[in-house]
Ligand binder design. Sequence first.
Ligand SMILES: [Zn+2]
Length: 434
Amino acid sequence: MQLGTYSIGVGDRFAHQAKAQLEACILAARAGVEVIPVWNKSNREHTIIGSAPSSTRAAADAAVKALGWPRPYFCDADHINLGNIEWFLAPCDFFTIDVADYIGKPAEPSAIDAFVSRRAELVGAIELEGVDRGIEITPDLLHATAAKFLFAIQEAGRIYSRIESVKGKGSFLAEISMDETDSAQTPAELLIILSAVADEGIPIQTIAPKFSGRFNKGVDYVGDVAQFAREMALDMAAIRYAVAHYGLPSNLKLSVHSGSDKFSIYPAIHAAMKNFSTGVHLKTAGTTWLEEIIGLAEAGGDGLALAKEIYAEAFDHSAELCAPYATVIDIDPIKLPSPAKVSRWTSDQFTSALRHDQSSPAYNPSFRQLLHVGFKIAARMGRRYLDLLEANEAVIAKNVTGNLYARHIVPVFLGGKKPATKKEDQHEPVASQS
Ligand SMILES: [Zn+2]
């Protein structure tokens, strides 16, 4: 079982947008690029919403059937570990093995020593194809990286074995994620980590490191774009080296978590993929839920009223809603409009504050981020929310598909013009499709 070169993780909090999401991949196919859809939902999201992984599978299967999608598609058990994996095993065929909690826990000293002597060949200057300057690994760095990551990789091996014992060899895809941690992994660390993954016999097809810069939920990248571009190129070069030297799957690629709405870095991602003849897995999730709210607001009437009600509730419970996401949101409380003010907004005022169009003066990233973490409010509304989703399916679907295709797939995978970002000439020519 193989993941295609280009793939997109689509989260669907309420399991109502699978068709609209798949439409975006159909548009990509029509434009000449295969983008494989992967429906991802984490244990945390299932728990908050009160859904089960089997519902994600059912929605994906139904969408694929309804639209006659002839290519592969997958269901991703996102950010799992041995503590929560069991209910994902039957419905999922893609497993994001999350080892972030185990980083820094020490492996047996003898295992660290054995790893360090086995990988002595990594010490020194390593020339990497495709980048001007390679990487340098000192004996201290090799040892420190083993001390920091070896236990986590061994844990990934235990999780992988559990999945394999149930699913069978070769019948699922494996990813290792290390993004939900404090510090970014350097390309040198990534290479050492990959060699350890190979030792553990985990045939990962995607790996999600933590990159430098901030990947806040639902808003643009915050950081040095040029540095990100250099880092991504070195990561891709390190992956290529690890595939050649340690026998990892030849289609191993980077997975970019919290990848939605990072418009500033999409040109760099596209350029790096072209340079290395590789792909990425772009993982998105909450951007679709925000399009549901935009669609409801655009519909007016009861839809707009419900969108306003969700905002008012989110405003009142912002501390509780933001707490689990503290490291991945940056809300400026001063910029949040009062619910009383929002209650007087027209459809257009609501959607222009929420829609991720940085060229619009009305766009409000704080408003957007608060609603991003506010899906718990909609979950509590239960049928009331779902009934309105169903009643307004067409207008919501238009927004969901358009967002994924025009703002994500086109700039990342087709190399088209990226969506407007701040401080930028809005009249830059459309990049030629490459
Ligand atoms: Zn992640």
